[in-house]
Design a protein around this ligand. Structure first.
Ligand SMILES: NC(=O)c1ccc[n+]([C@@H]2O[C@H](COP(=O)([O-])OP(=O)(O)OC[C@H]3O[C@@H](n4cnc5c(N)ncnc54)[C@H](O)[C@@H]3O)[C@@H](O)[C@H]2O)c1
Ligand SMILES: O=C(O)[C@H](O)COP(=O)(O)O
Length: 316
């Protein structure tokens, strides 16, 4: 067997080493541009990627010997999956690798927002002892609404067991509810939810899903957690809702502006006003797309990918 694999992003060494041990031929190119990789992809049978660039039709047409695309992660929006499948290319992803990290992160964000942990910590460290303004909330008896009940949503619901919360989920697929979450209509979720957590992919249907109309359909003021993709929320609309206190707090691991250079976002005179509001709000917790980024997930993602590549070639 001679299967040539091109790795275009760095991953846990388990991935490279175990593939090598199993007889696969590894090659690395972490620096070349999409065009440069496109020019040589016809030599490879497999590509291992995170999300450095889009695997589009042009790229796939150039990849005449490609048998698999292994995405070391969950989100598939940077791959033209339909076109790849039409060419018989195996699509491999590893949501099993980072779903526990995302679930724990989401829980941590809620508890942190509810208890003003960041604000209280910063105040104590700057010599302020404010108890009343840091009075918290409890998850107990609240209703958590999860939109997108797949790998991430389910893992998160499981973590909520033990908090005495009602957990509702909404998904376009039927019958996805389980012992950890009751599947309901979007309208029912919007009626009952206190904490909304998004676990959707980014697709033409989910793009800008959380906008003013969507937010106004909620019956109660609510908190929002987004670990899915930034463009699923219209940030300006979210900020307007925060100003009127319809949205009580937000934990955003992903940002609408994420693909801009982060330095540019800060230095540019055109910094979006909504982003500025997020930066200045104490009830907003911002993290740099790290929900799934743990030491443990790094290792697990690699192992899942190795196992799935081996399965494609029936290698034990
Ligand atoms: N922040 C991070 O570090 C991190 C890590 C992993 C995944 N993610 C994000 O989480 C997303 C979800 O991952 P997953 O593995 O759970 O995916 P998944 O495919 O297992 O689950 C997504 C669910 O959303 C549902 N869905 C799709 N479109 C919908 C719509 N318009 N309305 C309602 N439901 C809809 C699907 O039916 C599916 O059940 C990824 O695509 C990625 O964007 C982020
Ligand atoms: O979809 C995922 O697995 C996470 O969001 C990580 O994405 P990244 O590999 O693009 O950082």
């Amino acid at each position: 067997m001679s299967v040539k694999i091109l790795h275009i992003d760095s991953n846990n060494p388990i991935l490279w080493n175990q593939l090598e041990e199993a007889g696969f031929e590894n090659h690395a190119d972490f620096k070349s541009s999409k065009e440069e990789i496109e020019a040589k992809i016809q030599d490879y049978n497999g590509i291992v990627i995170r999300s450095r660039f889009k695997i589009d039709k042009t790229f796939l047409d150039a990849a005449t010997k490609l048998q698999f695309i292994a995405r070391v992660g969950a989100g598939l929006e940077s791959i033209d999956c339909e076109y790849a499948s039409s060419k018989g290319i195996h699509l491999i992803a590893a949501p099993e690798g980072n779903r526990n990290a995302v679930a724990e992160h989401s829980l941590g964000v809620i508890l942190s927002l509810f208890n003003n942990l960041n604000q209280a910590d910063a105040e104590v460290k700057s010599g302020q002892w404010n108890r009343e303004s840091n009075r918290g909330h409890e998850l107990n008896l609240k209703t958590v609404g999860i939109i997108g009940y797949g790998n991430m949503g389910k893992a998160f619901a499981k973590k909520l067991r033990g908090f005495d919360t009602e957990v509702l989920c909404y998904d376009i697929l039927d019958n996805v509810g389980d012992e950890n979450a009751k599947q309901v209509s979007l309208a029912e979720l919007q009626e009952k939810t206190d904490v909304l957590s998004l676990h959707l992919p980014w697709t033409p249907e989910t793009d800008k899903m959380v906008n003013t109309d969507f937010i106004n359909a909620f019956k109660k003021p609510f908190w929002i957690i987004n670990t899915s993709r930034g463009k699923n929320i219209v940030t300006a609309d979210l900020v307007e809702a925060m100003k009127t206190k319809k949205v009580l707090g937000a934990g955003l691991d992903v940002l609408e502006y994420e693909k801009l250079s982060f330095e540019t976002l800060f230095q540019d005179k055109n910094t979006p006003e909504a982003f500025q509001y997020l930066l200045e709000s104490k009830n907003v917790l911002l993290t740099p797309h790290i929900a799934g980024w743990t030491f443990e997930s790094h290792e697990r993602l690699a192992q899942v990918i190795v196992d799935k590549i081996k399965a494609v070639y029936n290698v034990s």
